[in-house]
Design a binder for this molecule. Structure first.
Ligand code: CA
Ligand code: CA
Ligand code: CA
Length: 303
């Protein structure tokens, strides 16, 4: 606070102040000033030729400091960067990867005491050493943050799981199941017959033909999903099925061999062998349904 008690004194002070302000950098003490504020009030009523410099304040820039709430983090983790800077100043924050590319940028305002704090989330696809920088120009502070990739321990899950069994013959059937999901993706399915692993399949095929089964036998199948880390689901769908009982020549499955079985074969003559009925009608297994199959079955009529 500068003031003077009489008119002459005021003029001297004003002159000195104006000179001081005009000469500025040559007369003022050497400080690292980034801002100045001057409050001037006039005395227009009693003496319009006078005014008073009531406050001359130099705001020095404070050196930016930085602390991180953690030194290691995983993707999706929140990290708090905090420290001190110039009171009420905006503080930029940058997070750089090793390239270096900016993976996060924001600004926050320091409070009247110079304290600032800002949170950021470690983005997807980031790993390795990050550098967190706050401040600007030459007045910056930085800290490193190691982003670790934690192993996937989450197993695939089934929602409304379903396992269908179709095309059941005396030795084969077809399994078809709904898909599972996983936090990192399902890479395949494991098919269990009873408690034993039958086969693993790729994730893009939700169907499998089981062959070589024994006629008239009950089987339980279960499907489990696996992810890239080898985590296997535990709640996959299951189904129990009995293969057809085999009576040689009993083409229509009525447990007897008669003219109806010959008709069954006759209607499948010329059909592709992949058609279940035709496959079944190929009694001599020569991949064709023809008169030879009819002749074989005819021998068993009445037995
Ligand atoms: Ca997983
Ligand atoms: Ca029959
Ligand atoms: Ca045949």
């Amino acid at each position: 606070m500068l003031s003077a008690s009489n008119g002459l004194g005021k003029l001297v002070v004003i002159y000195l102040m104006l000179t001081l302000l005009e000469l500025g950098s040559t007369m003022m003490p050497a400080v690292a000033a980034t801002d100045m504020s001057i409050t001037v009030t006039g005395d227009e009523v009693t003496n319009p030729n006078t005014f008073k410099v009531s406050e001359l304040k130099v705001i020095e820039s404070a050196t930016v400091t930085l602390n991180l709430s953690r030194s290691t983090a995983g993707v999706g983790d929140s990290v708090t960067a905090s420290g001190t800077a110039t009171p009420n100043a905006w503080v930029p924050i940058k997070v750089l990867d090793s390239a270096p590319s900016i993976v996060f940028f924001d600004t926050t305002k320091a409070d009247a005491s110079g304290n600032y704090s800002i949170d950021f989330i470690v983005p997807e696809g980031i790993s390795g050493l990050l550098t967190v920088v706050t401040g600007s120009g030459s007045n910056v502070a930085n800290k490193t943050l190691m982003v670790t990739t934690s192993p996937d321990t989450t197993t695939p899950v089934w929602t409304n799981s379903n396992l269908m069994v179709t095309a059941v013959t005396h030795t084969s059937l077809t399994l078809t199941w709904s898909g599972a999901s996983d936090n990192t993706g399902v890479v395949g399915y494991r098919i269990y017959q009873g408690g034993a692993l039958l086969i693993s399949t790729a994730a893009n095929g939700n169907t499998f033909d089981v062959n070589g089964l024994i006629p008239g036998t009950t089987y339980t199948f279960r499907i489990q999903a696996i992810d890239a880390a080898g985590n296997e689901s535990i709640t996959g769908p299951s189904a129990t099925v009995t293969t057809e009982t085999f009576v040689f020549g009993d083409m229509n499955g009525d447990k007897s061999v008669n003219i109806l079985d010959l008709l069954f074969i006759a209607t499948n003559i010329g059909q592709p062998s992949t058609k279940p009925e035709a496959y079944k009608s190929d009694v001599n297994e020569d991949r064709q349904v023809n008169i030879l199959d009819l002749m074989m079955v005819e021998q068993y009529i009445g037995q």
